[in-house]
Design a binder for this molecule. Structure first.
Ligand code: PRT
Ligand code: ZN
Length: 288
C-alpha cells in the first residue's frame, strides 16, 4: 500500500468522462486507463480506481477508496455511511414517477395500492413511508420503463433526464422523488490520516477553483468614456472591473469576470449603453 489518496470513479458510464474532465481541470495528469483497475496520477499522489457506480459508496464507506465521485441517487439508495463533500454540477437527473400518458398522478396519496417498478427500492420505500402511503414495489434492474406496457406495474419510478425514454414507452413525467447530481464523497475517518487529509484538502481546493471557473466567464469589451459609469453598474462582476485606456482616446477596454449564466441577460443593456467589440471567453481556472 502506498500512501496515495484513493479516488473511486465510475469505470464506464455516464459519469466517467465528466469525472476525468474535472480531475484534468484540477491539473491532474492521468494516463489512459482502458482495461486497468486503477491508475496513479503522474503529478499528484492520487490513485484513481475504476469501479461500477453501484459499488462506489460502499468502497468509500469501508475505506477501500478514500473518496469517490458518484450520483446522489446511488448514495441515497445504498444508504452508505460516507461524508457528502461537494455537489459537482454534472450528471444532473431526477428520480421521478413515470405514468401512462392518459393517466394523472398529482399527489403522493394517489399512489396507495399501486404497483410501482423501480431500480431504487430503498429511496422509493422511504418516499412512500414519508408520505404515509403503501404501494407494491417491484424491483427491476434495467429497462424499468417497459414494465407498465408489459402489465407488470402501474407506474415506474426511474431516473429521468430529457424524458425521451419515458415518451418512447408512452409514459409521462409525474411527481419528483429526488433531484440528483454527481457528488464527491469521502470516508468518515479520512481526517484521522494526516498525510491523506492534506492531499484531500489540496484536491478540494483545486476542485473548488475548477467549479468556480466553470461557472464564470471573462467578459471583454470597448466602452466610450462617458458610458463607463453606467456600464460598470450593469456588469455583475465578481470583483470590480478592470478599465484600461485605449489608443483611441474616446474608448476604454473593460474586462470583468462574470457569472456565466448572466451574460445573455445583460448583453442588450451593454450594447444600449455603447459597448462594442464584446467578447466572452471561457476561464480555465480561477484561484479566488
Ligand atoms: O455500469 P454501471 O453500474 O457503473 O453504470 P449504470 O448503468 O448503473 O449507470 P449510468 O452510467 O447509466 O449512470 C450513472 C449515473 O448517471 C446515474 O447513477 C445518475 O446519477 C446519472 N444520470 C444522469 C443518469 C441519467 N442522467 C440518465 N438519464 N443515469 C441514468 N439515466 C438513464 C435512466 O435510467 C433512463 O433509462 O437514462 C434513461 C432516461 O434518460 P432520458 O434522457 O431519456 O430521460
Ligand atoms: Zn450502476
Amino acid at each position: 500500500m502506498n500512501g496515495n489518496l484513493k479516488l473511486a470513479i465510475q469505470k464506464k458510464g455516464r459519469l466517467t468522462e465528466k469525472s476525468l474532465d474535472l480531475l484534468k481541470n484540477c491539473g491532474l495528469e492521468i494516463d489512459s486507463y482502458k482495461e486497468r483497475l486503477f491508475v496513479s496520477a503522474r503529478n499528484f499522489n492520487v490513485d484513481i480506481l475504476f469501479l461500477r457506480d453501484d459499488d462506489i459508496p460502499e468502497y468509500v464507506q469501508d475505506g477501500v477508496a478514500d473518496i469517490g465521485i458518484v450520483g446522489g441517487n446511488v448514495i441515497e439508495e445504498k444508504n452508505s455511511e460516507v461524508n457528502r463533500v461537494r455537489n459537482l454540477g454534472f450528471g444532473k437527473c431526477k428520480l421521478m414517477f413515470g405514468i401512462p400518458e392518459e393517466e394523472s398522478l398529482e399527489n403522493p396519496a394517489e399512489l396507495q395500492d399501486k404497483v410501482i417498478a423501480t431500480s431504487y427500492p430503498e429511496i422509493l420505500n422511504k418516499y412512500l413511508d414519508k408520505n404515509s402511503v403503501s404501494a407494491k414495489i417491484i424491483e427491476i434492474s434495467g429497462s424499468v420503463e417497459i414494465a407498465p406496457t408489459l402489465g407488470v406495474a402501474d407506474y415506474v419510478c426511474d431516473i429521468v433526464s430529457t424524458g425521451t425514454t419515458l415518451k418512447m414507452n408512452k409514459l409521462k413525467k409525474s411527481l419528483t422523488v429526488l433531484e440528483s447530481q454527481a457528488e464527491l464523497i469521502a470516508n468518515k475517518k479520512l481526517s484521522e490520516n494526516l498525510s491523506k487529509i492534506n492531499l484531500f484538502n489540496e484536491l478540494i481546493s483545486r476542485i473548488d477553483s475548477a467549479l468556480t471557473a466553470k461557472k464564470s466567464k471573462y467578459l471583454m469589451m470597448n466602452v466610450p468614456g462617458e458610458s463607463l459609469d453606467s456600464i460598470s453598474k450593469i456588469i455583475p462582476s465578481l470583483k470590480s472591473p478592470t478599465i484600461m485606456p485605449l489608443a483611441d482616446q474616446e474608448l476604454f477596454a473593460v474586462h470583468a469576470v462574470i457569472p456565466a449564466d448572466r451574460f445573455w441577460q445583460i448583453v442588450e443593456d451593454l450594447k444600449a449603453n455603447g459597448a462594442s467589440g464584446i467578447l466572452l471567453l471561457p476561464i480555465e481556472n480561477m484561484i479566488v
